[in-house]
Design a protein around this ligand. Structure first.
Ligand code: ADP
Length: 626
């Protein structure tokens, strides 16, 4: 018989695989069991819509047989089996995963249940076996085939006889060496342990003949071995088990394996819901945002099972965008098995589940704010931006649901606070919620516009993320307290008396202010006197909805349309610079215009904006110095 060579790349890969991909040899069993389970799933899936299969869930099983003398481990399944072509394609080419092809053929996209998708699992058998023989008979075919290989050198395929459909894989273990032992895999307790560890949740029974030592009837110390065919796995998925039986460790390990995260989750929630819709769910909040979280590549969604059959790997409809960081799964008996995406989208059951899950997530986050604040802050650090986008998105439709989950730094101290906490500690005369935008809390604290607000004893929320101000604009108010930027031109912090005084001064200096305004035409709407400035000479404020910070964010977006905030340059009438300006007014108009530009650029700098014409700015300063 002709020996076929593996495809060239496969050969290299196989070599690499055997020696380096897996650090633990023992996982070969997990891989073979997963393949068997996949193969059964495929036939089971078919049986749901095709009566000719003639099998029910209880008819499916995986068997393990150990033969110490022959040094073999045999894994048998009565799943869908493989044709000669499939054997060739699936086992002759590494990294050509038949499971993936199955999904494509059935137009199930990425949604169909599959454990291995990389087409390398099977080859892990060569980490422990010197020869692997695969017997397989495809469902519906009357021919069976035998595939055999001793590793990198190649493989053979020939016809053989088999009674039923399915696959039987025989591993002939390597000889033990000084460094490596393989015989351990012939011990029943070792296999039992491996199944418990890696394959306990496989939903089909994994059976093996196990010998139990019993006291012989009528004796006190004579024993006999009784052999029985035992099911080694509990088959009950973790999420169907009772919470009280499970430890944090169980949940965390499950998460790490299932969602390939090297870190334990920050929090988890196990839900058994009974009501209008019944479902079980495992929900996890990862400790860290995945590297692609804030990109388009990131795909939200929960795994969706119905009756333990996975029908979708990432069901996006189960999670709103603002909770897209949640990972986990949902299993519901109530779902129709119609797995087309569109059908699911309109499924009322599914929508009800999504609603209930959203509530669960919100409750959990709310609980964390109250009783696990440090953890919540850590959570918010990772995913808070997403919640703020949620407030802003869809024209603020979800703001009521999300506003109490937000945290902001503030002038009060290092700890971020909630909006409720802000409002609770407002002095009685304070009507608005003040905020200021900037790159860092330090930069914001130093803003001239903040001075007067702080002097009143009012707290200021520090908006350091680009989305913050947009979210605030969308909320408009929290508990009837309007959000107000400290850079708004009509802050209204003064007493009537102060206002009157300012107005008088303003009229008095009208010519100066107008002259300065003219020098800054196109940049500011007007130049005005201000009572908000204490130590600084100048600041910029804005009229209307658009602030300078928002202008910055919007203009950084990749569109041609640029926006411009309506700015007012405010001067401090008690500052020596203003005194100087009043002297110059009418005597040296050129200087007044130059100083106007200087002050404007300084104000821009304090806002964290670039000066418009750095060369001119620098020249003006030099002129001043010389
Ligand atoms: P993966 O499972 O990652 O796709 P494997 O190398 O483990 O890759 O298996 C390659 C392919 O061989 C599988 O995708 C599947 O199509 C087929 N296969 C492996 N084991 C079995 C089995 N027991 N029954 C049917 N097909 C199998």
């Amino acid at each position: 018989m002709e020996t076929k060579a593996f495809q060239a790349e496969s050969k290299k890969l196989l070599d690499m695989m055997i020696h380096s991909i897996y650090t633990h040899k023992e996982i070969f069993l997990r891989e073979l069991i997963s393949n068997a389970s996949d193969a059964i799933d495929k036939l089971y899936f078919r049986s749901l819509t095709d009566d000719s299969v003639g099998m029910s869930k209880d008819d499916f099983e995986i068997r393990i047989d150990l033969d110490r003398d022959a040094r073999t481990i045999t894994v048998t399944d009565n799943g869908i089996g493989m044709t000669a072509e499939e054997l060739e394609k699936n086992l002759g080419t590494i990294a050509s995963s038949g499971s993936l092809a199955f999904k494509k053929d059935n137009e199930l996209g990425e949604d169909q249940q599959i454990i291995g998708q990389f087409g390398v699992g099977f080859y892990s058998a060569f980490m422990v076996a010197k020869r692997v023989t695969v017997y397989s008979k495809a469902f519906g075919s009357d021919k069976a085939y035998k595939w055999q290989s001793e590793g990198v050198e190649g493989y053979t395929i020939e016809e053989t006889e088999m009674d039923t459909h399915g696959t039987k894989i025989v591993l002939e273990l390597m000889e033990d060496t000084d460094d490596e032992g393989y015989s351990e895999f012939l011990e029943q307790y070792r296999i039992q342990g491996l199944i418990k560890r890696y394959s306990d949740y496989i939903r089909f029974p994994i059976k093996m003949e196990v010998s139990h030592r019993h006291l012989k009837d009528g004796t006190e110390n004579e024993y006999e071995d009784v052999i029985s065919l035992d099911t080694l796995n509990t088959m009950v998925p973790l999420w169907r088990r009772n919470r009280t039986e499970l430890t944090d460790d169980d949940y965390n390990t499950f998460y790490q394996e299932k969602f390939t995260d090297y870190m334990s989750p920050m929090a988890y929630k196990h839900v058994h819901n009974e009501g209008i819709v019944s479902y079980d769910a495992l929900l996890y909040i990862p400790s860290k945002a995945p590297y692609d979280y804030y990109t388009r590549e990131y795909e939200k969604g929960l795994q969706l099972y119905t009756n333990g059959v996975l029908i979708m790997d990432k069901c996006g409809d189960l999670l709103p965008d603002y909770y897209s960081f949640v990972r986990g799964l949902v299993d519901s008996e109530d779902l129709s098995l119609n797995i087309s995406r569109e059908m699911l989208q309109h499924d009322r059951q599914l929508r009800a589940i999504a609603k209930s899950i959203e509530k669960t997530i919100k409750n959990e986050l709310t609980r964390m704010i109250k009783s696990d604040r440090d953890k919540y802050e850590q959570f918010f650090e990772a995913f808070g931006t997403q919640l703020k986008y949620g407030v802003y998105a869809d024209y603020g439709m979800h703001k009521d649901d999300l506003q109490d989950l937000l945290l902001f730094h503030s002038s009060r101290g290092d700890k971020p606070i909630t909006l409720a906490e802000y409002v609770e500690s407002m002095p009685e005369d304070q009507k608005d919620i003040y905020y200021a935008s900037g790159a860092t809390p330090e930069a914001i604290a130093a803003l001239p516009q903040a001075e007067a607000v702080l002097a009143k004893g009012y707290e200021i929320l520090y908006f350091t993320a680009p989305v913050d101000e947009f979210a605030a604009k969308q909320m408009i108010a929290y508990k009837d307290k309007p959000f107000k930027s400290v850079t708004e031109s009509d802050l209204d912090l003064s007493t009537e008396e102060e206002k009157k005084e300012l107005e008088e001064k303003q009229t008095e200096n009208k010519p100066l202010l107008e002259a300065m305004g003219a020098a800054l035409a196109g940049k500011v709407e007007r130049v005005a006197l201000s009572s908000r400035l204490k130590s600084h000479a100048v600041c910029l404020t804005s009229e209307g909805d658009l602030t300078l910070e928002m202008e910055k964010v919007l203009n950084a977006m990749p569109t041609d349309k640029k926006v411009q905030a309506k700015l007012v340059m405010e001067l401090n009438p008690t500052h020596p610079v203003f005194a100087k300006l009043t002297v110059l007014n009418g005597t040296d108009d050129e200087k007044v215009a130059k100083y106007a530009k200087l002050l404007y650029n300084q104000a821009l700098l304090m806002e964290g904006m670039p000066v418009e014409n750095p060369a001119e700015f620098s020249e003006l300063i030099c002129e001043l110095m010389a």
